[in-house]
Design a binder for this molecule. Structure first.
Ligand code: ADP
Length: 305
């Protein structure tokens, strides 16, 4: 039977313009190229988990507008169960305005809109789906109180929890939240933000401090170097797969979704991290976030290579 995953999080529309250089304040610049693409870490992870082979239910909100209806259609067509996605009337769909310079440097304005309406009540309404899930995937692009509530509910229901703490929070999480996180998947920036109160001399001691606060396992993603797994009795780096990187947007989302899928299927941690590395490596070989999420057979082929 396929792994059952619930993702609670954001869905956005990314409006991407390639510019020769960023405009100064008050200035207008002509873009060389423009495209619209589905994004938002929650929706990215939902699509990535479906492609990786899981049955996925997404809990989130979109505006009752053209972008919202389009994103909802796409998620359904991708095979995501959208029973608990609400179209919200008093605000717009989440949008990210992204300008990219030829160097790859980007400048991003996020207007979260409906994502900020994902509420504790939405989580409670989805409780049946959550109770039947093997794994819950969360990020930090919706109100943090909703994330904390979801972690508590999942703990009560005995569901494995993964928090991808992105974007990096402006302050560490409340003390009582840490023990509800089975797997935490920060990149290096997010790790620093989560432990800014600790004065930890290095990443290892910062991770150990999070384990002492109750996190089950800290899996730090290291870009092209793979991922480092720390539990109370393990510290292992699982190397990345060597690929030609085209666009690393969504790599962290592919990683979290791959990890969730593999753990929900009952794989041991290091094997699950290898699966996540494979999914994420394949995602960086194509452009865009959701479009570049690999299918299960591609992940299996890379793992077997
Ligand atoms: P984020 O995208 O959240 O900043 P990372 O850059 O750490 O996170 O990447 C997440 C994961 O994506 C890594 O752990 C690795 O598995 C994979 N990855 C990222 N960049 C590459 C790369 N250049 N080659 C192979 N795998 C990569």
């Amino acid at each position: 039977m396929a792994a059952r995953i619930v993702v609670i999080g954001s869905a956005n529309t990314d409006l991407v313009a390639r510019v020769p250089s960023f405009p100064a304040p008050g200035e207008s610049k002509m873009a060389d190229e423009f495209h619209i693409t589905p994004g938002g870490k929650g929706a990215n992870q939902a699509v990535a988990a479906v492609r990786a082979g899981a049955d996925v239910t997404f809990v989130g909100r979109l505006g009752d507008d053209d972008f919202g209806r389009r994103r909802l259609d796409e998620l359904r067509c991708a095979g995501v169960d959208c029973t608990y996605v609400r179209l919200t009337h008093n605000t717009h769909s989440g949008v990210a305005l992204i300008a990219i310079e030829p160097s790859g440097e980007n400048l991003i304005v996020v207007a979260p809109g409906a994502n900020m309406c994902v509420s504790e009540r939405d989580v409670t309404e989805a409780r049946n789906a959550l109770a039947g899930a093997d794994c819950l995937l969360l990020q930090l692009e919706i109100p943090h109180e909703t994330v904390y509530h979801a972690l508590r509910v999942a703990r009560k229901e005995g569901v494995t929890t993964i928090l991808n703490p992105a974007p990096a929070p402006s302050e560490p999480l409340p003390d009582d939240v840490w023990p509800h996180i089975d797997y935490l998947t920060p990149n290096q920036t997010e790790m620093a933000a989560l432990t800014s109160d600790l004065n930890a001399p290095d990443a290892e001691s910062a991770a150990r401090a999070l384990l002492a606060r109750g996190v089950g396992a800290v899996i730090m993603t290291l870009g092209a170097h793979g991922a480092r797994c720390l539990t109370p009795d393990m510290d292992e780096v699982v190397p990345a797969f060597e690929v030609e990187a085209v666009d690393t947007v969504g790599a962290g989302d592919a990683f979290a979704a791959g990890l969730g899928c593999a753990l929900a299927e009952g794989r041991p941690l290091l094997e699950a991290v290898r699966f996540a590395n494979a999914a994420a490596a394949l995602s960086v070989t194509g452009s865009g976030a959701q479009e570049s999420m690999p299918e299960r057979h591609e992940i299996e082929e890379l793992l077997a290579s």
